[in-house]
Design a protein around this ligand. Structure first.
Ligand SMILES: [Zn+2]
Length: 417
């Protein structure tokens, strides 16, 4: 494969690997791979094997991320870190995260096959937990890599839906949760680059295979508890009820309405649970999540303030109590201008004829955490099937995968910082 063309066979092999990895699932009926489950450990082993076959030295870090290293042409060079995550949401899509691990592995395999080394050492991080679906621990693995054990200590007591504490799950997977370790030394890093499926319809609608990310949106997640009064569904008159679910339903619609103001602002209630829900009992307690995101901090702050003020007002009017706790917050992360330009130049060499499309990311990525210590760049790959992601229909074509690998390889060969 030369840097100016692409090879469809490489795309076919690549998609084969993505599909193979997706078979390591917690579920027999869909693709769900959550932190530290047996399927997750099997996927970790498979990724490590592919890294070794690509000529990389492989280690597993304290939280289970797999790191493969390919040394630079000359000693003492800085490290270009690339990567993404290999956990998934429940019933997710096979490309989310995995694309950003397997694409750089394919590039290193090609360099290795030709006996080529580049100006920097390449390290590929397959992050063990980004979605945080099992323990509600988004970005756990990149936080651990960047900031060390101190960044995850408070998460170790979290429990999964079966009540298993995170620390115990780590021990069961052969990891030591009490181990102290340092974060990355930013002085050793040249940059961090992540390839990711777009997870939206922009590139698809504009008939473009690849894009350059300009910035990643800020976001917060809150857990809202609504406490009303449980009662007999047959005996309590309607005007006397304090139905926690009816109140929560009104709050969900208030969130949707306020977050429909336009621009990059979006708001989602993804979990809603009725505690001890029973068909003939007025709901006494409901918990729901509220995920709000926007490209800039100010829009996010204003929307969050309004949303929870509306929820308070609804609670007051209905005579229910409300408790709001922030469980997750990420600042918006701009991608470095010089990396945007180089990624764009590589895309333009591989797909000549038009300037590369630049777009912001509404989804969070490990790159946000890396941006706290180094310059980050991201390349988006067109999302097929109408642009759906976090969905089993999520897909990338063989040709687009081959183009992404060709562009990334071109980027690596031109990387001399
Ligand atoms: Zn992802």
């Amino acid at each position: 494969m030369s840097s100016a063309t692409f090879d469809p066979i490489i795309g076919r092999e690549f998609i084969g690997r993505v599909r193979e990895l997706a078979r390591h699932s917690d579920s027999t009926t869909n693709y769900t791979r959550t932190y530290l489950t047996p399927a997750h450990q099997d996927a970790s082993g498979r990724i490590a094997q592919w890294m070794r076959e690509a000529g990389m030295a492989v280690r597993v870090d304290a939280v289970g991320s797999v790191l493969g290293r390919y040394e630079a042409a000359a000693p003492g060079a800085k490290t270009l870190l690339m990567g993404s995550h290999f956990d998934s949401v429940r019933n997710g899509g096979a490309f989310d995260g995995v694309l950003g691990i397997l694409a750089p592995i394919a590039c290193v395999a090609e360099l290795h096959r030709r006996g080529e080394r580049i100006a920097v050492s390449i390290e590929i991080a397959a992050f063990a937990d980004e979605e945080g679906a099992r323990f509600q621990t988004s970005f756990l693995a990149s936080r651990a890599l960047v900031h060390g054990s101190g960044a995850i200590g408070e998460l170790l007591g979290r429990r999964d839906a079966e009540g298993i504490p995170l620390a115990e799950a780590m021990r069961a997977a052969g990891l030591d949760p009490s181990r102290e370790f340092a974060g990355l030394d930013p002085a050793t890093l040249a940059a961090y680059v992540e390839v990711h499926i777009e997870q939206g319809p922009m590139l698809l609608n504009e008939d473009r295979a690849l894009g350059v990310v300009t910035s990643i949106a800020a976001g917060t997640r809150h857990l809202v508890k609504v406490r009303g009064e449980a009662g007999h569904a047959g005996t309590v008159p309607m005007p006397m009820r304090h139905d926690a679910l009816a109140a929560a339903a009104e709050m969900v619609l208030a969130i949707e309405s306020r977050c429909s103001a336009g621009g990059s602002l979006v708001g989602t209630v993804g979990i809603l649970e009725v505690k001890d829900g029973t068909g003939n009992v007025i709901p006494g307690e409901v918990r729901f999540t509220a995920d709000i995101r926007a490209a800039d901090e100010e829009t996010l702050r204003d929307a969050s303030r309004d949303v929870f003020a509306r929820c308070e007002a609804i609670a007051k009017r209905r005579g229910v109590a409300i408790e709001v706790a922030k469980t997750h917050a990420v600042r918006s992360a701009p991608c470095a201008g010089w990396l945007q330009d180089r990624i764009a130049a590589s895309i333009e060499r591989v797909i000549p004829g038009a300037p590369a499309r630049r777009l912001s990311s509404g989804a969070g990525h490990d790159a946000m955490i890396l941006a706290e210590v180094t310059d980050v760049g991201m390349m988006f790959v067109r999302c097929g099937a109408g642009g759906v992601s976090h969905n089993p229909a999520e897909t990338v074509s063989e040709d687009d995968a081959a183009l992404a690998i060709a562009a990334l390889l071109d980027f690596l060969r031109h990387f001399d910082r």
